[in-house]
Design a protein around this ligand. Structure first.
Ligand SMILES: [Mn+2]
Length: 238
């Protein structure tokens, strides 16, 4: 049986004018039994439409801040660099492939923020200034060590996967979910109440986490997250 092919949303380096990728995303998917492929960075719907049919699901990766106009806010001075072409590309991919065609999606870091914004929620443009807390959400390297605890809510798919309520995660984000989108359910929160994981009850194969399993592939929970994502696929390719 052939493996599911996962489209990985490309990273964009503004300074180098280049597409790039963190190998952990690709390796995590490969180890979980998928064939990962980086999607072409474009907002051409014609090209995307044809491209999407190749993929069985999508990984919404980390990256620049989501343009606050997506959730109806003015960009403030603490918002970081944005990448409008990614916002447009991901909007199309999520609406068309995930919402219309029901393909699975996993969001990581920017991924959870983008999905929340697209579905009508809002974001903190900068956690230190808008949601001050004692928790360090923006750890210094190395990134494969835990930065803070996360409490997993009972009766959520993540709780079923983890089999426990408390896990430790790494944390490298200066933005986060403010108002949760209507279509999302919270699966985990940090000790300061910040949302750290969500899923979409109407599309239960859509999950997103605020931490970075791709940086800590040896961690049991990271393995479980990539595996459960890939196991969502019951695909027989001919
Ligand atoms: Mn965090």
């Amino acid at each position: 049986m052939e493996k599911p092919v996962i489209g990985v949303i490309p990273l964009w380096d503004e300074e180098k004018d280049s597409i790039w990728m963190l190998p952990g995303y690709m390796q995590g998917l490969e180890e979980a039994g998928a064939v990962p492929m980086i999607v072409h960075l474009t907002d051409s719907e014609t090209i995307l439409k044809q491209t999407l049919s190749i993929f069985d699901g999508f990984l919404f990766t980390g990256g620049q801040d989501v343009n606050p106009k997506l959730y109806g806010h003015e960009k403030n001075e603490h918002c970081g660099e944005i990448c409008d072409i990614r916002d447009r590309m991901e909007s199309y991919v999520f609406r068309e492939a995930v919402l219309n065609q029901n393909k699975p999606a996993l969001g990581i870091c920017r991924g959870i923020q983008f999905i929340n914004a697209l579905l009508g929620g809002s974001l903190h443009q900068d956690i230190p200034t808008e949601f001050p807390s004692a928790i360090i959400h923006s750890q210094k390297p190395p990134y494969d060590v835990p930065a803070h605890n996360v409490r997993i809510l009972p009766n959520t798919p993540l709780h079923k996967l983890a089999g426990k309520e408390l896990i430790e995660v790494n944390s490298s984000h200066h933005q986060g979910i403010n108002r949760i989108a209507k279509g999302l359910e919270i699966m985990a929160v940090a000790d300061d109440g910040l949302v750290e994981a969500v899923y979409m009850p109407e599309h239960p194969n859509v999950w997103a986490v605020q931490w970075h399993p791709e940086y800590s592939l040896k961690d049991e929970m990271s393995k479980k997250i990539f595996s459960s994502f890939v196991k969502n696929f019951n695909i027989t390719r001919s």
